[in-house]
Design a binder for this molecule. Structure first.
Ligand code: FAD
Ligand code: NAP
Length: 535
């Protein structure tokens, strides 16, 4: 039926950091490639998440590609933590510079994929087309499938509704409006101060408080940029095998070995550097609850000293997880926002939402009239974009069926019984626990080196052995169990935010550098754990 459509060597789904690099690698390897992207243009995360305050929380000079030295040396990041428009402009520049767009079908959703036993993937799209390729690279993102919670009455609301993860191109004018915002993860926490400054009033509906560290953002000076450009080879060299893919380490002593003054000095230093690094101030912070308590109590003191109403401060302090076991948020003026007269915090653990009505939100305790509702409710993370495509293998095995008890992958990159398929930043890879740009480069390089090897061996199919995938998945579980991460039972790292999802800690917590070493070793051993089929 689809035999007449061209057979590409590879189809890449997604045009974010990972997809763009995958298309570039395919072209470099001399392969024919078709890119497919649901959005009308490149950018991925940075195309969709245009809400006020959206920025990276990894320094811009690290949260960027390392594969091309000229690109790295010629691009100028203007701020320490780049804003969404600047990151999007960077990705557009990359697409232009390497002439990547011409390989893409934009505005096209991949709705399904199945492997034809003759040796190729058939990929169905929302345009009704079927495309064919020997290899399918799902660079679909692990934070791309928007979570639109099914709150009673949500569709009855008569005002405007916005999702931070699908924010309109034309920024909505919220002046004079009574705004309700649901969700206090990284997105909500970045957006809230700016929305509060604009709206007539803002009610923040908070189900779970999170820890947030101030982002001391500033423009890079020309001296900074000169230094960083000179240091880039060393900086990237250190990042390549570092625990989070950035050039930063931890304090040289464990928290429990340091005396009180030393601890506080180390914590203050990390706090002032800002951002997610606070989660790794001490080497034992994420493995030993006593060490974690030291950092947690320090952060809680900062909340209490910033928020003037002690009852509000109490509600803003997390109650269900050690610090850093859910993604630490990074903010500009978040806690201060709750000192404003026009902002109110509603603790949904005390007064859950009963329903959204035509004119506002009714909780168990009160009615909050709203002209606009903003959902900063996150994503069906890690697996959502992959299970929506739900690839079917040559034996009829569906991804959703095989993952009903939790994802089983080889290196977070391949799945048994689904040959020639790559899941970039899939469950079982460090992904969200690391600098995701370098992570994308590592995985894409690994995938395309394997594709070239498979072709060199005359193989038409390559897939992981089931025992190899089981062993990797067990290792992922052991790595998580050695940390405090599983203590955060409400975390999206476990799929806990999506009803019906099997709770399994999905990212690989063994560290980016360790992961990369595993990937290197598999390749050096001639791709141990994989089966190559020739015909
Ligand atoms: P994405 O950028 O998510 O791109 C995937 C693309 O695939 C999307 O454009 C989507 O439309 C497309 N797609 C998905 N399914 C289909 C389909 N079926 N058919 C067609 N197209 C499809 N990470 C960090 O390391 N540091 C940060 O500071 C950081 N900040 C972030 C801020 C926000 C607001 C968010 C949401 C995430 C952030 N992340 C950060 C994580 C971020 O997702 C990654 O850093 C990175 O951008 C992911 O790139 P990607 O190419 O893997 O996926
Ligand atoms: P998130 O962390 O999952 O936060 C979603 C919020 O919505 C949570 O507070 C959640 O509460 C709440 N929520 C979900 N469903 C709800 C419901 N039915 N009723 C009430 N509340 C509900 O999502 P996110 O903020 O978009 O962030 C996701 C990830 O993207 C981050 O962890 C980070 O990795 C990345 N990100 C990074 C940045 C950055 O600083 N660079 C910015 C944004 C995003 P519960 O916690 O109780 O589920």
């Amino acid at each position: 039926m689809s035999g007449s459509t061209p057979l590409h060597d590879a189809i890449v789904v997604g045009a974010g950091f990972a997809g763009l690099y995958a298309v570039r690698r395919a072209v470099d390897a001399g392969l024919t490639v078709l890119g497919i992207e649901a959005a009308p243009d490149v950018g991925g995360t940075w195309y969709w998440n245009r809400y006020p305050g959206a920025r990276c929380d990894v320094e811009s000079v690290d949260y960027s590609y390392s594969f091309d030295d000229d690109l790295q040396q010629s691009w100028t990041w203007t701020e320490r933590f780049a804003s969404q428009p600047e990151i999007l402009a960077y990705l557009e520049h990359v697409a232009d510079r390497f002439d990547i767009r011409r390989h893409y079908a934009f505005g096209t959703d991949v709705t399904g994929a199945s492997f034809d036993p003759r040796g190729w993937w058939k990929v169905q799209t929302s345009a009704g087309a079927i495309h064919r390729a020997t290899f399918l690279v799902c660079a679909t993102g692990c934070l791309s499938e928007v979570n639109r919670p099914d709150i009673d009455g949500r569709d009855e609301f008569g005002g405007d509704v916005y999702y931070t993860a699908a924010w309109p191109h034309q920024d909505p004018d919220l002046r004079g409006k009574r705004v309700g915002l649901v969700g206090t993860g990284s997105s909500g926490i970045q957006a809230i101060p700016l929305i509060a400054a604009q709206a007539k009033s803002l009610v923040v509906f908070q189900r779970s408080p999170n820890y947030s560290v101030p982002m001391p953002n500033r423009p890079w000076t020309s001296d900074d940029l000169r230094r960083i450009r000179e240091e880039y080879p060393r900086r990237r060299g250190v990042s390549a095998y570092a625990s989070a893919g950035t050039p930063h380490g931890t304090y040289h002593k464990r928290a429990i070995e340091a005396d009180l003054n030393e601890r506080r000095a180390a914590l203050w230093e990390r706090w002032s550097e800002g951002g997610v690094l606070f989660a790794k101030t001490f080497p034992d912070q994420n493995i030993d609850l006593a060490a974690n308590d030291i950092a947690r109590e320090f952060a809680e003191e900062r909340i209490r000293e910033t928020v003037t109403d002690p009852a509000v401060a109490r509600d803003l302090i997390p109650v269900d997880h050690p610090i850093g076991t859910k993604r630490i948020c990074t903010d500009i003026g978040y806690y201060e926002t709750f000192n404003r007269d026009n902002v109110r915090l509603v603790n949904l653990r005390r007064e859950p939402i009963d329903a959204v009505t035509a004119t506002g939100v009714r909780t168990a305790a009160a009615f909050y009239p709203c002209d606009a509702l903003i959902f900063a409710t996150g994503f069906d993370a890690m697996t959502g974009a992959l299970t929506r495509i739900d690839p079917i293998g040559p034996g009829g095995d569906r991804l959703t069926g095989m993952w009903s008890d939790g994802p089983v992958t080889f290196l977070g990159l391949m799945v048994p019984r689904l040959p020639n398929l790559f899941t970039i930043s899939g469950p079982g890879s460090p992904s969200v626990l690391s600098n995701m740009v370098l992570h994308a480069e590592v995985q894409v390089d690994w995938a395309f080196n394997l594709i070239v090897t498979a072709r060199g061996r005359g193989a038409i199919e390559v897939e992981p052995r089931r025992d190899a995938a089981r062993a990797w998945t067990d290792h992922v579980a052991e790595a998580a169990a050695a940390t405090l991460f599983p203590k955060a039972q409400s975390s999206w790292y476990l799929g806990a935010n999506i009803e019906g999802t099997k709770r399994v800690f999905m990212p690989y917590a063994g560290g980016f550098g360790t992961y990369r070493t595993h990937c290197d070793r598999v390749a050096e051993q001639g791709y141990a754990g994989l089966v190559f089929t020739t015909r």
